[in-house]
Write a new protein. Sequence first.
Length: 170
Amino acid sequence: MFKNEALELAALNTIQDLVFTPVSRVYLYVLLVNNSVQYLVLCLLLLIANYWNFEPFMLYQTQFIILLVLYMVLHSTVSVLAFKRRKYALRTYDISFKSGLIISSLTTVPLSRIQHLDISQGMASRFFGLANVKLYTAGDDGSDMVIKGLLLTEAEQLKEHLSLQIHERF
């Protein structure tokens, strides 16, 4: 016989009770390297504008430089503070990832919905021995969850564990 009993919300496990594992602290260096490259490109653009006497730049040269410095300081600060909030949790039936400082997000993907897993490394990540794990679920064009900043060995272990869970379903 079918039963559909009422549940008390207070008795349910909450996502806040999860113990999250932070990503590798080395990932902060990757973020800072990527930010530095971006800042270098912006500084080069300002130098080129100055060299070619680009009129709008010449009129507001001081303001452009102040804006660039403010952007670099603010962006670096937000990157460092947001880094501390990048964490993941693996449970028996799902995996969760939370991130963000200004706009925080928490994504939980049931293991039964995972169709495909992928490990990727950018140039800076490869240099520091880090990797990203991408999880793809049914019915979507892109990855549904990307956990960036894992040590390569940790990423491979996570992918192996999740792959085993997926293959045991079939």
